[in-house]
Every structure is written in structure tokens, then in C-alpha cells.
Design a protein around this ligand. Sequence first.
Ligand code: BDR
Ligand code: CA
Length: 317
Amino acid sequence: PRKLILDVDTGTDDAVAIMLAALHPDLDLLGCTTVNGNIEVEYCTNNTLRVLDYIGHPEIPVYEGAKEAIVRKDLPIPRKDRMSEADSHGLELPIPQPTSVKQSAHAVEYLIETYRSATEPITLVPVGPLTNIALAIKLDPGFVDRVPELVIMGGGHEISNTTAAAEFNIWVDPEAADVVFQAGFAKITLVPLEATHQALVSLDHAAQLRALGSPAGEASARFIERRIDAYDMGQPMEIPQSAPVHDALCVAYLLDPSVIELRDYHVAIETQGRHTLGRTVIDTHFRGKQAPNARVAVGSDPEKFVRILLDAFAPEH
Ligand code: BDR
Ligand code: CA
């Protein structure tokens, strides 16, 4: 199985990504690191522990990471629509609180040490703001060369979801994203909103997931239904009553690369713009004469994506 670490700000779509990575037999989820994003980091940690407990994988370690962006401490982070109605920070799951606890090491320490001692390739999959990854780069000069591939959920070429110019993960910590895209990693796969907004999941798919009769099927159905409600109210998708499950598409890509379509581009992060802070500037027409630093997903296959979720959450896993 392919080894990976998920860096998450759990979040309903992060939760589906975690379940997919933890349950699929072709993947070996070594650990989860958490970061400030959808909600404050301690709640991301709690949600991550809850999800892993709920699907019967309390042994997968969870490391808490950055509480705030590396530079900007005052960005108004929209934490709306991202929490349950029941308690304002938890995912709605039948279990109230996790029994497992977070590890004592900090997420950044875990990332640095794990890559230092790795004997096999470990894919790093950040699906929240890039704060932990930027800190690891800053603290360990060898880190960049030790990470064979990053699969990042973030950004958008024409689509944005937080400001007129920016996608959430990049907007929450633009300077961190800038550090990551300029670091010189061997391989960055970027999964932006253009790809995730094509991989829409419907109420009917949620019903199919629930009908699997597994904890992951039930939990993913609930999260997807909640996402559909929120998107229908705030930001309706092209197909009514459907929603993207952004972060899970990154994990699906590890299982079947053909679920997204990739093109090589140079990606720069706007950290100065008055109106464009956190924009991913994707040079699709090669105007900037800079060598590509990322493989960018320009589209995705919704049927394949849903099939991957249904297969992975079937009870036999
Ligand atoms: C990203 O923002 C978060 O709210 C989601 O979990 C996802 O990682 C989508 O813009
Ligand atoms: Ca996320």
C-alpha cells in the first residue's frame, strides 16, 4: 500500500478524505496532522480523533499543528457553515467524543522526524491551509528534498470560494502557500476548485453511501447531506442539490490518478494584492516564462470519484 500523511483541518470534506485514506486497502495512512482552518486547530484535532475512532481506526496517530498563520494573525477566517448545528465545533457523528487522544509531539515535529527517518516514499497530502508544511520547510533545510510528492487541495484558476480572488485554504495562510510553491519540491500536484467543483456528489449518492450499512457509509452520507444543504443555501453548484467534497478528491487521486486531469503550470501565490490576497496565479498561457512548479488538476471524473467512495466504504473494508 501507498504510504501517506494527511494534513487536515477537519471539516466535513476532510473527514471523508480521512475515512478514504484510513479504510482503503491500497493506502497506508501513517498519521494525521491538524492545522488551523475550517475551525480552530483544537477542534480540528478533536474532529479528526472522532472520525478515526468512529471508523475503528483509533491506532492512527493524530498530531496537532499550527494554531495560526505564519504571518497574518488578523485575517477574518469565515468559519461559518463548517460546524454542526448541535455543538458549534463538532462533526455530527453518533459518537459524542473520541476515546483516543492526540499525540504529544507537535505536527511539524512529527512531519520533520517522519521524513528524516523514512525508508520508503511517503506522499504528503495537505488539504487545509499550508501552515504546517511551511513551518517544516523553514525549520528543516532537508525537508523539501525528502518529500517525494505533495498532493495539495487548494486554489482556483477562475473559481474562488472565500474572496472574489481566493480559495479558502490558500487565503487562510497565503504566505505559507507562497513558501510551499517556491520551495522546489520534486512534485506538487495541486487540486484546485476547477477539479473539485466537477466531482460533485448528490443526495442520491449520499443515499447509496448510507445503504452500504458501514460506519463510513453512514458518516459520509451525513457529511455530504450537510454539505449539500450548505452549498444550496450559499453557493449553489451547477447541478442542484449536489456538493463538492474537495479534500477527498486528493485521496481518490492516489488510488486512481485518472480521476483528475493534470497539466503542468507555474503557480504563484499572491501575498501583496489589495483585492487579490491568496490568489493562485496559474500561468495557463505560459506568459511568465517560469518553469512549471506544479501539476494542476484542470478537471475531474465525477463517476469515478463516487465509485471510489462507494468501494472504499463498503463494509468488507
Ligand atoms: C477547502 O476549504 C475547506 O473548507 C475545505 O475543507 C477544503 O479543504 C475548499 O476550499
Ligand atoms: Ca480542508
